[in-house]
Design a protein around this ligand. Structure first.
Ligand SMILES: C[S@@+](CC[C@H](N)C(=O)[O-])C[C@H]1O[C@@H](n2cnc3c(N)ncnc32)[C@H](O)[C@@H]1O
Length: 374
């Protein structure tokens, strides 16, 4: 059973640099739903760029479908099923693709089964890289009558990369959207919202949007399959909401420091071990001129010198593979589609999506029929 969500549910968006998408030949996002097993997704290499999914948790809910995952006799057998899925998804993703799995733990015979930890270890043993264990902090959850332990109000989102390096990642874009511009953390506080069927959605769209912003490219070349990557440049502007930064800007102006002085500070860094050093001469050393300018700036700014090493950065463009072929939006695959949260979130931010589920009826249709949630 294949069908495409009507195009009025898919929001189109402008190109990241604000230019006219038609000039860049960007194909429109699509949304597709397939019926099948997450262990044998009927797609070929390059059909998706990232997997974002929330599989059934171990021994939680019986979906009543043959071959379902989640009702295995042991935690290890459950993890083995998930690993089988991951090995299949690896054959679909490009080398720069990632897998993000939302997983919660299960109490079994009074003890946490540690399914998230078991999955991480099994995946590492199979050659996957565990890049992040994001803690999703929830402000509410299912009622829990236990009086001898705390209620569980968190789950994990584990970022697996098939390779250690070179996976697509836009931390700058993520920080601009969800953080304060620097160093976003692996703790995400996202409340549970009511979904269309008035039940507490188990898997908020914001969670998916964050992941896609981080690791699903906005544009991919339809010819060579390379994603366009953000090009970021450091400016000479500081965040003047911080008093030290404001004073540093004032001092720089009072002492007549030039843009070359600021560039020299940034090239030198706080110490001579500054990582930007090598760009100055290509020899691993700063040029004599840069050293002189940096020394002048240090004399003028004193302790405020270091403020300019934290200058704001800005997007100046996007890489272009040079093929001249049209670009397409990044494609997310959710092999445990359920109600289709991932697909909706993808459409909201202009990505294409493919959902797969064993059940012919979607989760929301089942919930509506039953007239209630879990
Ligand atoms: C926890 S739900 C997904 C929740 C989803 N994130 C959402 O927003 O609704 C899990 C889904 O996995 C499906 N499922 C279970 N075993 C499966 C398998 N082997 N292959 C594909 N889908 C499966 C179930 O039918 C169910 O719809």
């Amino acid at each position: 059973m294949n069908y495409v969500i009507p195009s009025n549910e898919i929001q189109r968006r402008a190109t990241p640099d604000g230019s006219d998408p038609s000039k860049l030949h960007i194909t429109a996002p699509f949304c597709k739903k397939l019926f099948g097993d997450a262990r044998r997704v009927p797609l070929r290499t390059g059909d998706a760029d990232i997997v974002v999914t929330s599989p059934p948790y171990w021994l939680k809910r019986d979906y009543g479908v043959t071959d379902q995952i989640g009702q295995e006799p042991s935690a290890d057998a459950f993890v083995a099923s998930l690993l089988e899925c991951m090995e299949n998804w690896k054959t679909i993703l490009p080398a720069w693709g990632s897998v993000f799995i939302n997983i919660g733990d299960t109490y079994h015979k009074g003890s946490l089964a540690n399914t998230p930890g078991r999955l991480e270890i099994a995946a590492q043993d199979a050659g996957w890289t565990v890049r992040n264990r994001i803690i999703w902090v929830k402000d509410a959850g299912m009622p829990d009558p236990a009086k001898d332990r705390l209620k569980s109000r968190h789950e994990y989102i584990i970022h697996f990369a098939a390779r250690r390096r070179n996976y697509y990642y836009d931390q700058f874009g993520y920080a601009e959207k969800y953080g304060n511009g620097t160093g976003p953390s692996d703790v995400w506080q996202i409340g549970l919202k009511r979904d269309m069927s008035a039940h507490l959605a188990p898997y908020p769209t914001e969670l998916v949007e964050r992941i896609l912003t981080l690791a699903c490219p906005e544009q991919v070349c339809t010819h060579c399959g390379k994603p366009r990557e953000r090009i970021v440049r450091r400016t000479s502007q500081l965040d003047t909401s911080r008093p030290q930064a404001k004073r540093a800007m004032e001092l720089a102006q009072e002492k007549g420091l030039t843009a070359q002085h600021i560039a020299a500070i940034q090239a030198t860094g706080i110490s001579d071990a500054g990582k930007a050093m090598r760009v100055q001469t290509g020899t691993g050393r700063n040029s004599a001129t840069v050293k002189v300018l940096a020394a002048e700036a240090k004399a003028a700014l004193g302790g405020y010198f270091r403020e300019f090493t934290f200058a704001k950065r800005e997007t100046v463009g996007w890489t272009d593979c040079g093929c001249g072929a049209p670009f397409r939006p990044g494609i997310v695959l959710d092999p445990f589609m359920g109600t289709g949260t991932t697909l909706r979130a993808a459409g909201d931010i202009g990505r294409s999506a493919i959902g797969v589920d064993l059940a012919q009826k979607t989760e929301s249709e089942r919930l509506t029929q039953r007239g209630g949630g879990d």
